[in-house]
Design a protein around this ligand. Structure first.
Ligand SMILES: Nc1nc2c(ncn2[C@@H]2O[C@H](COP(=O)(O)OP(=O)(O)O)[C@@H](O)[C@H]2O)c(=O)[nH]1
Ligand SMILES: [Mg+2]
Length: 194
């Protein structure tokens, strides 16, 4: 079985069991377009989220679960967006409650853009999920975060090639220092209004 077959096969079963959560969901979105931050645990999603949103953030249990979901707002070049920090997930096939919540946010809230944050040091391990998201038809921007550690480890990434092969915007960031965040903001805004 090829990687692609594995990915598309996984998506099939993922889709069939969708929408088990999220019924009657209350979203304080005020009709704003939404940016969903997704990715596996410990890649820097929350640091990116905090950087984008700043002070006005609400943390609440996802309905029917004990999983915390943070929501905030960001202004990109004068246009306001809601930003959702999803719990970590490794694929669209949920195993843990966190992953089920993350997938429900993707499927039920349909963000205008999914920011897939990955650890640039472990790109190879993380790209299959990017492909899953693209194949599922989600609007994806890939954020190669932890570029400082990737560089220290001597890892070079051909971002332009990656963009061409994936057909989506790819940005590099060091979320903890804010490096690359301005470019990320600009590309998010351009992408949402494309
Ligand atoms: N060196 C480095 N550390 C980072 C970077 N981004 C996040 N971190 C650290 O990685 C850890 C996990 O970050 P967090 O945002 O909680 O990850 P999450 O689980 O994806 O939300 C924290 O200790 C962050 O300070 C980065 O770009 N470079
Ligand atoms: Mg987090």
């Amino acid at each position: 079985m090829t990687l692609w077959q594995k990915i598309t096969g996984a998506l099939g079963s993922g889709r069939r069991s969708s929408s088990c959560h999220g019924e009657g969901l209350q979203i304080d979105s005020d009709g704003l377009k939404k940016i969903g931050i997704v990715g596996s645990p410990n890649v820097g999603k929350s640091v990116v989220f905090n950087n984008l949103t700043g002070a006005y953030v609400t943390v609440s249990n996802y309905p029917g679960t004990t999983v915390d979901v943070s929501r905030g707002k960001t202004a990109l070049d004068g246009q306001e967006f809601e930003v959702v920090d999803t719990p970590g997930m490794y694929s669209l096939l949920p195993i843990t409650e966190e992953e089920r919540v993350a997938r429900s946010i993707l499927l039920d809230e349909s963000p205008e853009v999914m920011l897939h944050v990955v650890d640039a040091k472990n790109l190879e391990r993380m790209l299959p999920f990017t492909l899953q998201l693209i194949e599922a038809g989600f609007p994806v921007i890939l954020d190669l975060n932890m570029m400082d550690e990737a560089e220290t480890a001597g890892i070079e990434i051909n971002v332009k090639y990656l963009e061409e092969e994936l057909g989506i915007p790819v940005v590099t960031t060091v979320a903890t220092t804010g490096h690359g965040l301005e470019t990320l903001r600009r590309r998010l805004k351009t992408y949402v209004n494309r």
